[in-house]
Design a protein around this ligand. Structure first.
Ligand code: TYC
Length: 110
């Protein structure tokens, strides 16, 4: 119900003293690029460079890895940023008529 470190705001009878010396780092989220048969390679490279700040060389390597393996990591961000990038890139792909898909997923562990 109440996890350590989160305030006990429930109506039950327990009292909890909070003493913390460290703040949790926010969990990070991966933005995954998914392969498809129609999105042009050059569009994927341009997205990796523009939205994910990859060098031209990195962008090509990532794009080719996705093309061959089916998916790959475009970048790792806090949840808000990851979800915003998914939305922005998906909108850009739709505007240009491409079916490119991306998903954000939490990194495993703490
Ligand atoms: N498979 C696409 C093609 O051959 C290229 C591509 C790469 C598409 C990566 C999507 O996430 C992707 N044109």
């Amino acid at each position: 119900m109440t996890r350590p470190g989160s305030p006990n705001t429930g109506g039950d009878q327990r009292t909890q003293t909070l003493e913390r010396t460290q703040t949790d780092r926010p969990r990070l989220w991966r933005v995954l690029l998914l392969n498809d048969d129609y999105t042009p390679m050059e569009f994927v490279v341009s997205v990796l460079s523009r939205y994910f700040r990859r060098s031209e060389q990195d962008a090509r390597l990532i794009m080719l890895a996705v093309h061959h393996k089916g998916q790959g990591v475009a970048g790792v961000y806090t949840r808000d940023v990851a979800e915003t990038k998914v939305a922005q890139v998906s909108a850009q792909a739709r505007r240009e008529g491409y079916p490119l898909r991306l998903v954000a997923e939490p990194e495993a562990g703490e």
